[in-house]
Design a protein around this ligand. Structure first.
Ligand SMILES: [Zn+2]
Length: 287
């Protein structure tokens, strides 16, 4: 059975994610480990770290004794290839801090957008991201959490819209095994991968194998898309109500290669806040 879940709120404490996730039917979770819109945040209190571990241990994954799979999502401010020295510096510091938070919590993967080159050029940007990751890894040799580079819609100078760009970054790292990948269905579609057809999906998975390799994919974001293929706009839609459509997700979920990979929703919550709960019902009805 696919590991389906959602991004859940950690308002009031990161340990509260588990009861919130279980309440809406999650078999996998994504959380923020700090406010995603600020550079700095106070450290997670030891008692909160302990509460997170206790709640995690008490929350088995579906049909197994292993705990529920959890991934984190990094701050949106981080840009590892910013040509502005202060942003570059703050980005590396913020990433190191977030990886340390994840490591303390036992969260193995931190999803991060690769960055935007802001006019410096694609290759310079991709190499800059790799050098920054090397520096973070050198500063944190004992970190257990890995960065998961997320594919993007490719708006403006944002990097990571092509799988070969993610492969470029990994290939330029001193320790590529310390970085995995998170695939977002909306971003891939907006970037021009037409996942709607059998042939388009087959071409996409072939390209995964030819570039990053299936084994590097450690998380998936299941989002429908407000805009059509190739729009380069990152706007998530409710499952089945966007341009991707329910059939696309039925095909994705039927593919056994995603069997062990946590797949989380980042779809609109709606006025009543229950959007993820409804989308999980929709996805499970497609199985
Ligand atoms: Zn995403």
């Amino acid at each position: 059975m696919p590991l389906l879940g959602a991004h859940v709120s950690t308002a009031g404490g990161v340990s509260l994610a588990f009861e919130r996730g279980l309440a809406i039917g999650c078999d996998a979770l994504q959380v923020f480990v700090k406010n995603a819109n600020t550079w700095r945040a106070k450290p997670i209190a030891d008692a909160e770290v302990a509460a997170f571990h206790a709640a995690h241990a008490a929350t088995p994954g579906p049909g197994t004794a292993a705990p529920l799979p959890v991934v984190a999502h990094a701050s949106y401010l981080i840009n590892l290839c910013s040509p502005k020295p202060d942003v570059h510096e703050k980005s590396q510091g913020a990433l190191l801090d977030e990886l340390a938070r994840c490591s303390a919590l036992g969260v193995p993967g931190l999803v991060m957008h690769p960055g935007a080159h802001l006019g410096e050029g694609e290759d310079a940007g991709l190499d800059g991201i790799a050098r920054a990751l090397d520096a973070v890894h050198a500063a944190g040799p004992d970190l257990t959490a890995r960065v998961l580079l997320e594919n993007t819609a490719g708006q403006g100078t944002v990097l990571g819209s092509r799988l070969e760009q993610l492969a470029h970054v990994r290939g330029a790292l001193d320790a590529p095994e310390r970085v995995g990948v998170c695939l977002d269905t909306c971003h891939a579609f907006a970037a021009g991968y037409d996942l709607r057809s059998e042939a388009g999906y087959a071409a996409f998975v072939d390209e995964i194998e030819a570039t990053i390799g299936q084994g590097t994919v450690a998380a998936v974001h299941l989002n429908d898309s407000v805009f059509d293929v190739g729009s380069r706009k990152d706007r998530h839609a409710t499952i089945g109500e966007g341009f991707l459509g329910a059939e696309t997700f039925a095909r994705w979920l039927a593919d056994p290669r995603w069997g062990d990979v946590p797949m989380v929703l980042e779809t609109p919550l709606g006025d009543d806040g229950l959007g993820h709960q409804r989308d999980l019902v929709t996805l499970r009805a497609l199985l």
